[in-house]
Structures are given as structure tokens and as C-alpha cells.
Ligand binder design. Sequence first.
Ligand code: IPD
Ligand code: CA
Ligand code: CA
Length: 279
Amino acid sequence: MKYSPDDLQRFLDVATEAASAGGAVLQYYWGNLSNVQQKGRPGDLVTEADKAAEKEVLSVLKLHFPDHAILAEESGSISAKSQKAAADLLWAVDPLDGTTNYAHQYPFCGCSVGLLIDGQPAVGAIFEPVHGALFRAAKGLGATCNRQPIHVSDTESLAESLLVTGFAYDRRETIDNNYAEFCHLTHLTRGVRRGGSASIDLAFVACGRLDGYWERGLSPWDVAAGVILVQEAGGQVSAYDQGPFDIQTGRILATNGNVHSELSEALGKVKPFERFAPQ
Ligand code: IPD
Ligand code: CA
Ligand code: CA
């Protein structure tokens, strides 16, 4: 890693400032939305809170790091301005992760700001606006919630685990829609939650409230911050088959480490439900 712990701390402080600024916007609009629109597929919403929060996050990042590239959900890819651009750095911003929850005032969402170094999650800050929780982590610097160190659970088996997953917006268009996996794992565990916010799902694995998480169809901004949280909290993040995690695949398996192999093997045995194949 060519960045020193001081560099990483600086990135983390700016990520924190950005996520907190975006999170304050989410607090402002909570319960007071007047513009909820469908963005693409059914259920894929965007609100004035998503857009206003992203504006705040981007202004903080651009103020401190005008030479860094940014990938933000609502604005897309923003190239670094100057020739001095740090080609190995990419900020991945989800201003409101859990828009459907937010629009329904279901209190499970976050403003997520992650930094990828050479494509790997290295720094992350997630602000959960409803309870005011701030999750932070950077490579080698540990993971915290509201500045207190956090750690993954010590659950040993899948049978004793509480898991979480999600269903991407393309679920009606693909047989690979995660329905069969959800049923299979519901059968093998204490339960499987569908949180509705990938970043908070990962934050909850990091702080030991949940033992494992898997999902497909994700974008880099959904998980960039959460992955480093889980890793720094002592957990494990990989592909479904335990191969190296690749943020571009949209697939993730994140656990406390103890149940990683068992969950991976269980996912490997699932056959999709033909009944829910697209017509
Ligand atoms: C969504 C949430 C959800 C996940 C979806 C994501 P959004 O993000 O993280 O939990 O299942 O795949 O797209 O649209 O609320 O930012
Ligand atoms: Ca998201
Ligand atoms: Ca979003």
C-alpha cells in the first residue's frame, strides 16, 4: 500500500465529513418528502433527498480532493479535474442507500461514502440518519460505530446465525433473482432479514448484530464503504465461492468469518426457482 496510515486517516476524516453532511440532509427530509419518482425499474426510486444529499457529499469531496475521481449513484462518473489526478483512487458514493425504506419511513438506510484504492475498498464512512449512528473504517485502522471499536459476532454455525440479504431491482427479469437462496438459507438458519440497505446490512455484520450477508446485482457505491467495515471489524468478504471479492461483479459474501465456508457451500447448492423465471 503506497498510502501511509496518516494518508488513510485523512481520507477517513474526509469520508466522515462527507457522509455526515449527506446524512444531515437525510435527517432534514425524513418524513417530509414531496418528490418521489421511479428512476428505472419498478421499485427503483429517487427522491429530492437522494439528490440533495449527493450534492452535499460531492461538495465535501471536491473541496478536499479536487484531483480524485468519483463514482456517485445519481451523478454517475465524475472524472478527476487535473492531470495530477490520482489514477488509483475512486470515491464511490451512495447518498441514500435504502431509498425505498426512506420513502416509506422504514428506519433502515444510510449515506455511504467509500474510497477504492486500486479497485479495493480501503476507506468507508456510513451515516445512519434515523438513529444518528456513524460507522467508520479504514485499512489497518480498525472499525468503529460512534467512535467506539466494533467487532463481528463470534457465532460458530449457520444454524445459530441471523443473516441478511437483498433482491436487486432486476429481480423480475432474471431467474438469478436470489429467491431460492433466500428460502434455502431461511431453512438452515435462525432467520434471514431483508434489510433494504446494503451499506447498513454490512455495517450490522461489522458490529455483530448479523452474522452474514450475501447479495447479487449490487453497484460499487452500495458496498464500497461496508466492505472495509466488515474486514476491519474482523470479518471476511469474498465472492460466493470464497474466491477474491471483486466489486465489479455485483456479488458479495460477507460474514463474521466463522460461518463463511458453511454459507458459501449452502449458496453453492441452490438451484433457482423455475417458477420465477421471466416469462
Ligand atoms: C439498494 C439497497 C438494497 C439492495 C439493492 C440496492 P438503493 O440501494 O442497497 O438493499 O437490495 O440492490 O440497489 O437503491 O436504495 O440505493
Ligand atoms: Ca444503494
Ligand atoms: Ca441510493
